[in-house]
Design a protein around this ligand. Structure first.
Ligand SMILES: [Zn+2]
Length: 193
């Protein structure tokens, strides 16, 4: 059976925002820790950020055994630099997960851990179920939006962003779609001047 994403501890770039910022400024991040619940028990993990001799920067996690080294990848965006966590499969992401089982000790991406979203387990046929379903679907979409580094490329929506908009309109997140349409109209108007 697949594990629910919501039951896993999430190591996100949002959670590590300050440390990632420090690392970008070449400031030291050492012996930091995070408290969380793992497998029903209060747990702690230690982490630091180190620059390796190969020129790469790693987030080193010490949790119940072998330290895990997570490659940090930076991407230049129009509004500044963003740092992503790199899964062992090479996927760059905003979040890595720790499975909620006693034997689980390493962080990996959504796909590698074979996780699924809560919305897939809700019976959407009852009124209450439908409401819950829509709510968790919306949270998923907000996650998805977070993970799209570049919605626009050469004045056009990227494929990933187009897919996101399609899912938004299917799930009733019409504001996102409306905002996107307004942005595109503004760009078109600007280009035709
Ligand atoms: Zn992965």
């Amino acid at each position: 059976m697949k594990t629910l994403k919501e039951s896993c501890f999430t190591l996100s770039t949002k959670l590590l925002r300050k440390d990632l910022q420090k690392a970008r400024n070449k400031e030291l991040v050492e012996e930091e820790y995070l408290n969380f619940i793992h497998n029903g028990k209060p747990s702690v993990l230690f982490y630091s950020i180190e620059e390796s001799f190969d020129g790469n920067t790693y987030l080193v996690i010490d949790f119940n055994g072998e330290p895990q080294r997570i490659l940090l990848s930076s991407r230049e965006l129009t509004y500044g630099t963003r740092t992503y966590l790199t899964c062992c499969c090479g996927h760059k992401t905003n979040a890595l997960y720790l499975k909620n089982t006693p034997e689980s000790t390493f962080f990996a991406c959504f796909r590698c851990h074979n996780l699924r979203y809560k919305s897939t387990t809700i019976n959407s046929r009852s009124d209450h179920g439908r409401m819950l379903y829509q709510q968790s679907k919306r949270l998923e979409l907000l996650d998805m939006r977070e993970s799209i580094p570049r919605p626009l490329y050469k004045s056009k929506w990227t494929k990933r962003f187009q897919r996101f908009l399609k899912l938004c309109s299917q799930s009733g997140l019409f504001n996102q779609v409306k905002d996107a349409r307004t942005t595109m109209e503004t760009i078109k108007a600007f280009q035709s001047q």
